[in-house]
Write a protein that binds this ligand. Sequence first.
Ligand code: ARG
Length: 262
Amino acid sequence: MVLFAALPAALAVPATPAEAIVGGVAASTSDHPWMVAVASRSVYGDLRSGQFCGGTLVSPTKVVTAAHCLYDETTGQRVDRPDLSVVLGRTDLAGSAGREVSVVDTWVDPNYELSTNQWDVAVLTLAEPQDPGSVLPMVSQGATAPYAAGTDATVFGWGDLHGNGSYPTTLHEVQVPMVANATCSADYHSGPSGTFDPRTMACAGQQALGGRDACQGDSGGPLVVAGRLVGIVSWGEGCAEPGHPGVYTRLSAMVSAVRGQL
Ligand code: ARG
């Protein structure tokens, strides 16, 4: 304590915080075996196993992710990455633990709109079946309880830690409370990044405080409430800003269509 107090202020920086996603903590795929990285080494390089989005294993052969992960947002065109794959069981993407499994088929919700971010859900089919014990159950069609304001949710991903391009190689998670639809509608009404649609979206974050959020690179990843997949990282203005909570795909609005793909 005395030694610490004697350090010049400039040196009194905290030890490397385990903080990330934004404002979160380190997580492990051993505890969350359904957490997968959606990857293409040919496009995104080998450093982080080619990760560019998150995803969730919802059956032995199917992964739920965001539709926008399969689009080029500048051209508005669907991208077909020849080596699209899913990385399972690899907390640290700089390592080689777990396995990489090819994606042999992709389905995008037919209602998906790139320009409005509505119905932002896709299903990837894996080349080989995975352990049924590793899947995460999904929310029920039409369920509303998990989205009630203040409900504790957790979002997971390998995305940006601070909103400035600092991409970790290791998985992170952060707890975020669900935000009321009315609040989120007020926060995102015809803003530059988008309009909140309560039918197909849900918001989570420390609405007034900011500081905790998903960020770039977390897209497609899971928002989990009480052990069920309820949302998919979709969009937001900046990351972890007060008054701009994270916007997630409201899975309960389209889970029947997703189940039809399993
Ligand atoms: N669209 C981003 C992605 O592709 C995710 C943005 C989420 N942003 C947020 N503030 N929650 O990775």
